[in-house]
Design a protein around this ligand. Sequence first.
Ligand SMILES: NC(=O)C1=CN([C@@H]2O[C@H](COP(=O)(O)OP(=O)(O)OC[C@H]3O[C@@H](n4cnc5c(N)ncnc54)[C@H](O)[C@@H]3O)[C@@H](O)[C@H]2O)C=CC1
Ligand SMILES: CC(C)CC(=O)C(=O)O
Ligand SMILES: [Mg+2]
Length: 376
Amino acid sequence: MSQKDFEIAVIEGDGIGRDVTQATFTLLDQACDRVGGLKLRQNAIRAGAGYYLETGVDIEPGGEERAGENDAIFLGAIGLPKVRTTSGTEISPHLRLRERFQLYAGVRPVRAYANTPRRLSDPRSANIDLIVLRESTEGLFYSAAVHGRAEVIGDSEVRDIMRITRHTTEKLHDFAFRLARKRRSRGKPGHLTCVDKANVFESQAFFRKIFDERAEGFSDVERGYNYVDAQALDLIRRPWDFDVLVMENMFGDILSDLAGGLVGGMGMAACAEIGDDHALFQPAHGSAPDIMGQDKANPLAAILSGALMLDYLAETHNSRAAQSAALLVDTAVERGFEQNRLRPMEFGGDMGTAAMTAELGLLIDEIASGTETGAQ
Ligand SMILES: NC(=O)C1=CN([C@@H]2O[C@H](COP(=O)(O)OP(=O)(O)OC[C@H]3O[C@@H](n4cnc5c(N)ncnc54)[C@H](O)[C@@H]3O)[C@@H](O)[C@H]2O)C=CC1
Ligand SMILES: CC(C)CC(=O)C(=O)O
Ligand SMILES: [Mg+2]
């Protein structure tokens, strides 16, 4: 059954979070309108470091529960380095959302668009098109999600925990194999690499063991292994050789920023966090306090995350309209770069958040009405 209206919990958060969220919904609404009146109803939930400073809590009362009552959750960015809890960490209610809704599959696409900076001189870097699949509920973030889980021994020692469970890891690897298979059906290599540190950590050997067990159900998917340190090296020397990389939480946090840098910067780093019953979409970047309030943020990471959200809604609600709207947004980004009409300040270009949003709006209209100019 297809659905016309979707309820979206929207957490704008801190710093550039608000600007990129507003840019995203302006364009998603426009795309939804152009495909026949699909509506995204935004239900705002206040949360973040600014909210914590104001109220003493990091998310509005009942906000977590309410977020889960929506068809999807969208988040701008949360955190400000100067706003800290008594334990010295920053406030991060989004880690609790990941855990509460078991959003184990953190999908972080990394793709080189035309006319974007090549951080590597090798011409093959134009072919970078991979996905960092980051487990997002446990691993080394397990003790970070909830205060009190780390073992604190006075002022002399602190132990965070690397938690790998069979339950979550089986689901993660199944997701990874299905994703690789889906990419192959769309003409991409469809190769899956298990990235771990199985040579030294028992938790990581367990992660790999479960990868091998689950592989038996996906014999058609080509698979390989890489230790995480070697993977960091390979992302610099031959990133074009990789397709889907699956790994624990902290490794994925680090390598997804590195990979985002390869294709321009964090303003290109989209993210979908998917569980069995819920999903949250957010750019992989943070609140970027160094550029906030200056109209300098590249909104594309958020906008591409919005397109991932439409894809998810299309799949979970069998909505062709949502699928078409997602395609419209993705195509606008692709054409915008091809035609050199998207020039984010992040890459030394002349377009701030507002100008990028306006140009993408024009592209969406042109593509939807078949009046693309193809201007260079
Ligand atoms: N999921 C989330 O909400 C995340 C929150 N954070 C929080 O954000 C705050 C800042 O953290 P940082 O380590 O500085 O990471 P960050 O991702 O906010 O910024 C890193 C660098 O990338 C640039 N950058 C990020 N997004 C950009 C965009 N859309 N356009 C142009 N440039 C962009 C920033 O200007 C900065 O130079 C901290 O409080 C941190 O805890 C950090 C990462 C993820
Ligand atoms: C809590 C966030 C600041 C962690 C992070 O950097 C991320 O999830 O990408
Ligand atoms: Mg991160």
